[in-house]
Design a protein around this ligand. Structure first.
Ligand SMILES: Cc1cc2nc3c(=O)[nH]c(=O)nc-3n(C[C@H](O)[C@H](O)[C@H](O)COP(=O)(O)OP(=O)(O)OC[C@H]3O[C@@H](n4cnc5c(N)ncnc54)[C@H](O)[C@@H]3O)c2cc1C
Length: 420
């Protein structure tokens, strides 16, 4: 394996077949593994979980991420399971719009895809198996070692895995390998997070719109249509209730009925969901990280997904960016068989766009989730005006769909059904 066992790739005589190790079977890991295996490389995907399964609630994918799902060959399956989201509507408790954007205002064929994590996980996992990726569960990576001609990693039991030509680290926001890669500029926990619940929505009451209701900056509930986990499963809506992480235990001690009363006081929309919650244990507590690294690729190692750029889900971009990372790495590999050039090109390709989204979510998050209630009159007055102006609307929509490369630059939005 590694450098000494390289051979010509049977799929492309100009390319070298590489041994690739991928750490983390979340979103970025399997997406990259599929694309690289399809290029004829030998890919091994490792995850610490003894049993691989999806964790968390629903998520919203943007047209840019959907284009990667199309490239991966799983978009049709996920379109059948997911829910189309045409509009994001955030109001105050009286129903006055604060944030109201429609994908169609950017281009009439655009929409977001609300997905159950189970659906995304099964699609990526199934496709990885079909692509010939070797998946190894119960392997928790602890450190890696890069040499001139190969790279390998050690698990927590001290066992060495590899050697590989290329190591992709996609072990999520709490990565244990990121520090060793170096260049970590920021790794903070947001003081605010959310309580999530995946509710049945058999009537499709929440269909089509990602709804949010805000009371100041310290109260927020959101309803994300998230489709079905399996073809026979019920249609779902993922509900999130904003909380300071320091208050979670206190809320739990006050009891479920006290919490439900607070939710009801914010909006009657929550009623069909609240009747499905019988215990606090049904709620998922989600905290967010803000991670900034100096570079995402160098030598024989690349960082992908939350490990490289975890951010708050306020802009709904984390999984989307993880998919874009995988596609960028695949493009870099298509252009060179020299590993150092591949990781350099990958780093250059992802730098500006990732920095923009990190910056935007860091500044936007306290506007919707913080104790800065004094900002509410400004937000509720200026945001609707800004979004009515063509430039404000275009900025918001291009940010949302995932094509911004900075404050002044954006890329064209991909057209589904017409791969690059
Ligand atoms: C509440 C919430 C809501 C969100 N909503 C959205 C949304 O609407 N839209 C969106 O695009 N994104 C959203 N996100 C972000 C999105 O979930 C993440 O950005 C995305 O899952 C990142 O994928 P990943 O592959 O980088 O990491 P993960 O999905 O976290 O996967 C990491 C994997 O690595 C494994 N692992 C960890 N450590 C090790 C180790 N040492 N050795 C081996 N394996 C290891 C883990 O078991 C896991 O399987 C949300 C996040 C949260 C918390």
């Amino acid at each position: 394996m590694g450098g000494k066992n390289r051979r010509r790739n049977p799929l492309n005589s100009r390319e070298i077949t590489m041994q690739v190790g991928v750490i983390g079977c979340g979103t970025a890991g399997p997406a990259a593994a599929i694309l690289l295996a399809r290029r004829g490389h030998r890919v091994q995907l490792f995850d610490q979980a003894a049993e691989l399964k999806p964790l968390g609630a629903g998520l919203l994918l943007q047209p840019t991420g959907m284009a990667v799902l199309e490239q991966l060959g799983v978009l049709d399956e996920l379109m059948r399971l997911g829910s189309r989201v045409e509009r994001l509507l955030g109001t105050d408790p009286h129903g006055r719009p604060v944030l109201d954007v429609r994908y169609a205002d950017l281009r009439t064929d655009l929409f977001g895809l609300g997905l159950h994590r189970g659906a995304l996980f099964s699609a990526l996992h199934g496709e990885a198996v079909r692509a010939g990726v070797e998946i190894r569960s119960g392997v928790a990576a602890a450190s890696f070692e890069e040499r001139a001609d190969s790279v390998s990693f050690r698990d927590r039991g001290g066992r060495e895995h590899g050697p590989f030509d290329l190591l992709l680290i996609a072990d999520g926001a709490r990565s244990s390998l990121r520090d060793q890669f170096g260049g970590v500029r920021r790794c903070d926990r947001y003081p605010w997070g959310a309580l999530w619940f995946v509710a049945e929505d058999s009537e499709g009451q929440f269909a089509g719109v990602l709804r949010q209701v805000y009371r100041g900056t310290s109260g927020m509930i959101g309803f994300l249509p998230s489709g079905r986990a399996t073809p026979d499963g019920p249609n779902t809506v993922s509900v999130f209730w904003s909380v300071p992480m320091a208050d979670v235990e206190r809320i739990r001690e006050e009891g479920l009925e006290a919490w439900k009363a607070r939710v009801r006081a914010l909006t009657p929309l929550a009623e069909p969901v609240l009747s499905q919650i019988r215990s606090f244990d049904q709620l998922i507590v989600a905290g967010y990280h803000d991670v900034v690294v100096r570079r995402v690729g160098s030598g024989r190692v690349a960082l992908l997904g939350d490990c490289a750029h975890a951010m708050s889900p306020q802009l709904g971009q984390g999984a989307n960016l993880a998919l874009l990372d995988a596609a960028a790495l695949d493009r870099a590999l298509a252009e060179s068989s020299d590993v150092a050039s591949v990781t350099w090109a990958y780093d250059a390709a992802r730098r500006t766009s990732t920095r923009y989204y990190q910056f935007a979510s860091r500044w936007l998050t306290p506007v919707f989730q913080s104790g800065m209630n004094w900002i509410t009159p400004l937000r509720d007055c200026l945001l609707p005006i800004g979004l009515r102006l063509p430039i404000g609307r275009s900025m918001a929509l291009t940010s949302l769909v995932g094509v911004r490369r900075g404050l002044l630059r954006s890329e064209p939005v991909p057209v589904l059904g017409r791969p690059e």
